[in-house]
Design a protein around this ligand. Sequence first.
Ligand SMILES: Nc1ncnc2c1ncn2[C@@H]1O[C@H](COP(=O)(O)OP(=O)(O)OP(=O)(O)O)[C@@H](O)[C@H]1O
Length: 290
Amino acid sequence: MTRHVALVVNPTSGRGLGARVAPVVRARFEAAGLTVSEYATTCAEDVGRISAEVIASGADAVALIGGDGTVHLGAQVLARSGMPFGVIPAGTGNDFARGVGIPLDDPGAAADRIVAGRTRSVDLAVAKDEFITTVVAGGFDSLVNKRANAMSWPKGNARYTVATLAELRTFKPLSYVLTIDDEVIETDAMLVAVGTGPTYGGGLQICAGAEIDDGLLDITVIKPVSRLTLLQMFPKLSKGTHVGHPMVQAYRGKSVRLESPGVTAYADGEILGPLPVDIGIAPGALTVFA
Ligand SMILES: Nc1ncnc2c1ncn2[C@@H]1O[C@H](COP(=O)(O)OP(=O)(O)OP(=O)(O)O)[C@@H](O)[C@H]1O
């Protein structure tokens, strides 16, 4: 029987990359004998609305062309639906796709994963009634995220570097109360990040070693360090080698409560809301082509 794939395209992802890769992906699916229904989103709300329509339509699979923002919006509807879900990375960060191991710079190869049809179940975090597909940032990193989202230049990941340098000028460590399962930790820190997958910000391995299907949240605390030390840590974050640093602490748990006055949490690169935030885990909630 011919498989029917719904191709949902955010044409604005990656500053228009989404629109450019859509014909490549469609051609790949059709060459493999799949039936394709293509939908282009015109606003953020369309991602969830169309995903719901696709589930109801009886399509065999959904392929989403976009970045982490688009995946976040799609996951709100696709989680726990059982609908197999493929991602063609077309954003600036693509951290969810990176965590799953989907090719990041080759849309045809990413499409081939969907054609091959091998799926796996991955965990999602849950906070403030939202599913989260990568990492919750609460601290210095949320300020960087906020600043980077407001910048139109430079393009791509360099925005995060510029935003980091700008925020570093004035940042002071924050006071946290962190509750991981039943353990309460009171500490000052530069940031606390909680993820199902290892990366945010386009490949920074803030939760290095996180497994996306172990049913656990990975928590990273960067304790107060000098500006210079934090700057020196950044290149290490790309490789995950910050982990052995004495001021970096890592935990695992099934639930996390994160409290710090005046801090706004970001998740999947978008605003989640002010702390406190309670983060739980939905094991295996998303079925993805891998
Ligand atoms: N036509 C549209 N369709 C869907 N979303 C849109 C549209 N226009 C703007 N958006 C908004 O664009 C945001 C960003 O999309 P997306 O995350 O896919 O790309 P990105 O920001 O380039 O990549 P990344 O999140 O990986 O850095 C979405 O969260 C959504 O709110």
